[in-house]
Ligand binder design. Sequence first.
Ligand code: 0O2
Length: 213
Amino acid sequence: MRQWNQFLEPYKQAVDELKVKLKGLRAQYELEDVHTPVEFVTGRVKPLASIYDKTLEKGIPFEPSAELAAELPDIAGLRLMCQFVDDISTVVETLRQRNDLEVIEERDYIAHNKPSGYRSYHLIIKYPVQTIHGEQTIFAEIQIRTLAMNFWASIEHSLNYKYEGEMPDEIRNRLERAAEAAFQLDEEMSQIRNEIQDAQQYFSAFKETATRR
Ligand code: 0O2
């Protein structure tokens, strides 16, 4: 267990650091009084049980090793939620420009959703972590999605877990319809984006005046 803890420590550090940095993006946009493309940020280190499942799927040894690190680039995982679909490309571009990480792979499951109905934009990054033995570069996955995409993915993930991948057809069909509804919701919100942003700015200004009283 000690070996696993030592192996996973840099991933924990990376998740903690990246959460602070990505939440910082939101704070900076807010200070400039412009629409923030980042609604909220979450992060996690893949639980050992999930790492074990993935090693079985991929047919690789379940041991802390360079091979495991290369085969599972999402041991450190961050999720960035946006209000609008257009915000996703803004966030992706911002991340591509950063000097503290390197985007090495992009997977666009928005232009090409998965057969399940899953939509999200994935970046695999290289991120340097400072350890007591020097710098260690690790892989991390950043998933960027709208609130609607996130809602669908969370529900689907729980159902998949419940049915251990053997989901009844009826549930599967309903999830496909829900994925379509989530897509429509994103489309509708994009259409009235300006209206929504005006209302949100008005509301923020109102809250600020009210708290000053
Ligand atoms: P968890 O619990 O989120 O960690 P592979 O590279 O072959 O292992 P894949 O699917 O090609 O797997 O990699 P990709 O595209 O990077 O997707 C990996 C992660 O995306 C998953 O991690 C999920 O978080 C999410 N994801 C991908 N497809 C689906 C889907 O159909 N439904 C949901 N809800 N999430 C999905 P894990 O390790 O599977 O799970």
